[in-house]
Design a protein around this ligand. Structure first.
Ligand code: SME
Length: 158
C-alpha cells in the first residue's frame, strides 16, 4: 500500500529576491517597483490568494496600489483593519485567523489568514503596507515575515 507523502516545500525567498532584483535593476519609480514585486510574490506560492500594496497617500490614509487577485477595497484609514494596524504600529501583522482580528476588513469572504508588512523608504518614512491574504488558515509564518521584509527593504529602502 503506497503512503502519500506530503512534502512541505517552502518558498525559496533567496531565489525570489534574486529574481526581483534582476527584474527591477535600475528602476527607481515606486509604482513600477510595486507592480513587479506583487507579480513575482503572488505567483511564487499557492498560499497567496491576494497580494498587493496600500500606499500612504495622506495623513493616516492608505490607498490601494498594484495588486493581484480579486477586487481590493480602495482606501483604508490607519484606524482600521489589519493594514491600518501595520501602518499605525509600523510593525508586521501576522494574522492566523482573520475572524479573530478586531475590525478585520474582508475584501473576500474566502480569506482565512493574512500578513501585512510596513514598507519604508531609505529615510525610514512609511510609504506603504504590503498585504497578502490566504484562503488557508494560519498560512503565514515568521519565516514569511522575515523573507518578505528583507525583499521589501532591498527594493524600497536601499
Ligand atoms: N484585509 C485588509 C484589507 C485589504 S483586503 O484584504 C485586500 C485589512 O483588514 O486591512
Amino acid at each position: 500500500m503506497s503512503v502519500a507523502v506530503t512534502e512541505d516545500v517552502q518558498l525559496d525567498y533567496s531565489a525570489l529576491s534574486r529574481t526581483i532584483r534582476a527584474l527591477t535593476e535600475g528602476e527607481t519609480e515606486d509604482v513600477a517597483l510595486m507592480a513587479t514585486v506583487v507579480c513575482e510574490v503572488h505567483h511564487a506560492d499557492s498560499r497567496f490568494d491576494w497580494t498587493g500594496f496600500y500606499r500612504v497617500t495622506g495623513p493616516e490614509m492608505l490607498k490601494i496600489g498594484p495588486y493581484q487577485g480579486g477586487h481590493g477595497c480602495l482606501q483604508i484609514p490607519f484606524s482600521r483593519g489589519v493594514c491600518g494596524a501595520a501602518a499605525r504600529e509600523r510593525s508586521v501583522q501576522l494574522v492566523a485567523d482573520v475572524h479573530s482580528f478586531p475590525d478585520h476588513i474582508a475584501c473576500a469572504s474566502s480569506t482565512r489568514s493574512e500578513i501585512v508588512i510596513p514598507v519604508f523608504n531609505a529615510t525610514g518614512e512609511l510609504i506603504a503596507v504590503f498585504d497578502i491574504d490566504s484562503d488557508q488558515p494560519a498560512a503565514f509564518t515568521q519565516r514569511d515575515a522575515d523573507g518578505l521584509s528583507a525583499i521589501l527593504r532591498e527594493v524600497f529602502a536601499t
